[in-house]
Write a protein that binds this ligand. Sequence first.
Ligand SMILES: *Cc1c(COP(=O)(O)O)cnc(C)c1O
Length: 397
Amino acid sequence: MNNLICRKIKEVCSVDNPEQVIPLHEPDFRETKAWDYVKECIDSGWVSSAGNWVNRFERMIESYTGCEHAIAVTNGTVAIRLALYISGVKPGDEVITSPMSFVATANAICHLGAVPHFVDIETERYGMCPNALADRLDEIGENRDGDIYNKESGRRISCVLPIHIFGNPLRIKEVVDIADRWGLPVVEDAAEALGSWVGNNHCGSFGKVGCFSFNGNKIITTGGGGALVTNEQETALRARHLSTTAKRQHPWEFFHDEIGWNDRMPNINAALGVGQLERMDIVVKRKRDLHRKYVEAFGDVDGVRILNIVGDSPNNWLISMTLVEGNQKEVEEVRNSLLEFAQGQGLMLRPVWRLLSELPMFVDVPRGELINAYEMAPRLVSLPSSPNLVSNSEDIY
Ligand SMILES: *Cc1c(COP(=O)(O)O)cnc(C)c1O
């Protein structure tokens, strides 16, 4: 069984040398002008927090996502923290999120002195379940003069932070509708979802603010980097201001009108990003091709299923995932034996992150019932998904 799965994966990844180690995800700089652009930064001396590449990168993110404003920052965690801050999250508040995510989502909440509050995921896209959100708010939410309080903990609830995980667009419209009904802003963690859409609208464009990451394991990389997107001019101005030490624009004076952060993306990283974004369509196409090959190869394999969401929400397939089927009691063991076997074969398969609700920092935070999250987490395995596993000759333009 494990042998068959690993053989199929190697077939999809079309590696010639059976000894070759296949990593989970590597950045792809083929045919980009990244090197020329980075060199231009170095030659000109504009490598740091000012320069034209940041501007260019932001305008490209705006036109790619269809959002009116993009603000480039140093990483995705910082983007989420800044988005939450601008959305009004204060120390001691609760932010509603879901437990299946990278730890950065919950960390960003805590960096503001706020507390994550977990609600369940749904079992098709693994994002926040709109029904779970609605039920939980009905259960514990109380409107006191326009502010929503958790009547069990006594804390204010100030924001909803859903995650488009592995690039799967979550049921964001429903989540936004429910949050709207309670007067709560939505910040989308779209760190993994550049190139993913719901209908004709890009992930990250539905809430008040959307957040992207350009870390090395994401769909494009700037080395390290992130961005906020928003359609609200006020919000964009505030993000820009706070991310540049809240310095008032002036030809020579240093005047800062509140406590800000030094969050802006350096020019040299933005240059790398421009080189990558110019090739975005091809990268997404390669990801989708790789994913289609996995779906085809595993069509007749019992015991595992490739996640394949069909509908009007095109996915970037940042990471192709497989689901280990079978009895809940045994599934973790079955998965572990697959991971171990694959490791011996030089194949990097990885389990989904440990649920955030299980991590020592978050074991005591408020939560609704997390039935789906606990059922799905032991079943999910990520497959090698580097765009360079699809050879150039396979690209159809
Ligand atoms: C990568 C990631 C982040 C954080 O981005 P960094 O750039 O690594 O700080 C946040 N949320 C999710 C879902 C991510 O995958």
